[in-house]
Design a protein around this ligand. Structure first.
Ligand SMILES: NC(=O)c1ccc[n+]([C@@H]2O[C@H](COP(=O)([O-])OP(=O)(O)OC[C@H]3O[C@@H](n4cnc5c(N)ncnc54)[C@H](OP(=O)(O)O)[C@@H]3O)[C@@H](O)[C@H]2O)c1
Length: 484
């Protein structure tokens, strides 16, 4: 069956930087389903040819040597554009006519991609419903919705209800591009395609888990957006809680959308709700020095650009094992990593051996960059008595597979075209994630506890974050990935 991929927000940044380059790459690798057409919708007045030319330039810029003008020519023959305004119902009727003209055959799978500002999501979905574009008589109809999906639990419930009024849950693909990353999917493989990790992946052997999403860049030109969002909405509610679920979930009975998502939701439901008291003791917030001078940021803004959060998962596997989440802008380096810190040996024979969990075995999953996995363990230094030193088994994707990592969107767009929702968030998953974050956001807005700390750019956040961790007998794994 032919496929049509319709992008709302066609003239925007996401379309140029991610969507079209990913669709082009899928075409170049001969993975895009045969007869896949792309239709753009936004207000800017392009002709089909003008939009193709614009995309040729932006795609060449973003893909560099992967761009081939000959391949682009064949790919771009199936690109169309329809100028339209999301506020005008009539423009959706016109779009429906264009789609009918393009899809010569009777049946076609359609995927609608909402690459617009979130305030338009509800309107687009309503118009798709009213103009018959969600009707499945002539083939499957799916909708991909970008993050952020709501700004708190109430707004995500509202949006889910609005979407549900038009599409059934199986038609809805809520995208979190972290799930399209090879390293994140490989975490499932590491855990569930090997026998040696699963028996020790629990409270009996693991002291704690720490997940860091650090960005070296500051807010830059995104001040207007960022100041209303902050680090919890921007990173923790979506990307970081997704990483928590994949690290902590039970093995699903099958590798299939609902089985995988069902297990992820159970993890979110088992996370102990934060109270006013625990927000005060188990979260830290910070703002980098200089943030207030950013264009679009209120001069007295209290928005956090850094957060550290301790979560407890109340189930048999994880009881008593804290999960530390830390994210910030203007940090020492760009790194996303999951560190599984194992307990210290029950009885240490060697005086020079690990004296705390921080010196014990550690599994480091480098999600990006320098994608890889390292297992840290003690070894005897040769010819030095019983002197011990920590070393590691080091797996790196680049060295092992000699292939560049594909863009996460490639995998996700292909999955959506093929109807596989395993790597997309379900309604209850998004709502459960907001239910975890709401108490933090509420308490931070309501009181000055914990205080908003200041930190110097190019550090690992406020120094208090290090002290907070050390006071719990633990250490952040503050190592930047080695990029070669
Ligand atoms: N950019 C990224 O890397 C990125 C990453 C993750 C998530 N996202 C999410 O993706 C979404 C899009 O982000 P973006 O950065 O691409 O935004 P953007 O560059 O501001 O693009 C917004 C798009 O919406 C269109 N638009 C605005 N008003 C419209 C209207 N009334 N009718 C029809 N089209 C309208 C604009 O085109 P016209 O002005 O021509 O109408 C433009 O194509 C956001 O929800 C964002 O949070 C973006």
């Amino acid at each position: 069956m032919p496929h049509t991929f319709i992008i709302f927000g066609a003239s925007g940044d996401l379309t140029q930087r991610k969507l079209i380059p990913s669709l082009y790459q899928l075409f170049r690798k001969k993975r895009l389903p045969k007869e896949t057409r792309i239709v753009g919708f936004s207000r800017t007045e392009f002709t089909h040819d003008a939009w193709r030319a614009e995309l040729a330039t932006s795609t060449a810029k973003h893909l560099g040597k992967d761009f081939d003008a000959g391949v682009w020519d064949s790919f771009s023959q199936n690109i169309y554009y329809h100028p339209g305004d999301i506020g005008h119902a009539d423009d959706f009727s016109k779009l429906a006519r264009l789609l009918k003209d393009i899809e010569k055959s009777d049946k076609s799978t359609r995927v609608y991609y909402l690459a617009t500002a979130p305030r338009f999501y509800e309107a687009v979905v309503q118009h798709l419903g009213c103009s018959g574009l969600a009707d499945e008589t002539h083939g499957p109809r799916r909708v991909i919705i970008e993050k952020p999906f709501g700004t708190d639990l109430a707004s995500s419930l509202h949006l889910n209800n609005a979407v549900r009024a038009v599409f059934s849950e199986r038609q809805v693909y809520r995208i979190d591009h972290y799930l399209g990353k090879e390293t994140v999917q490989n975490l499932l493989v590491l855990r569930f395609a090997n026998t040696i990790f699963e028996p020790i992946w629990n409270r009996n052997y693991i002291d704690h888990v720490q997940i860091t999403v650090a960005e070296e860049v500051d807010v830059g030109r995104r001040g207007g957006y960022y100041d209303t969002a902050g680090v919890v909405r921007d990173i923790i509610q979506n990307h970081m809680l997704q990483l928590v679920t994949i690290t902590a979930m039970e093995a699903p009975v099958r590798y299939e959308a609902d089985a995988v998502r069902g297990e992820k939701v159970k993890v979110l439901q088992a996370i102990r709700p934060l109270t006013s008291q625990s927000v005060c003791t188990d979260t830290l917030r910070g703002q980098y020095d200089g943030y207030l001078k950013t264009e679009g940021v209120a001069p007295d803004s209290k928005t956090a650009t850094f957060a550290a959060v301790k979560l407890w998962i109340d189930n048999w596997r994880w009881q008593g094992v804290p999960f530390y989440l830390r994210s910030g802008k203007a940090m020492s380096c760009r790194t996303t990593q999951i560190v599984v810190q194992f307990r210290e040996p029950p009885h240490m024979l060697f005086p020079d051996g690990p004296k705390s969990a921080a010196e014990s075995n550690r599994l480091v999953i480098q999600v990006q960059p320098a994608e890889g996995i390292q297992l840290h363990f003690e070894t005897k230094v040769p010819d030095a008595g019983m002197k011990l030193r920590q070393t590691d088994l080091d797996f790196r994707y680049q060295r092992e597979f000699r292939a560049t990592m594909p863009e996460a969107y490639e995998r996700l767009l292909l999955d959506a075209l093929e109807g596989d929702a395993s790597l997309f968030a379900r309604a209850d998953e998004v709502e459960a994630a907001w239910a975890i974050c709401d108490p933090i956001l509420d308490e931070w807005a309501r009181s000055d506890k914990p205080p908003l700390l200041t930190y110097e750019p190019a550090c690992w956040g406020p120094p208090e974050s290090t002290e907070w961790m050390n006071a719990q007998g633990r250490q952040w794994f503050d190592i930047c990935p080695v990029l070669h």
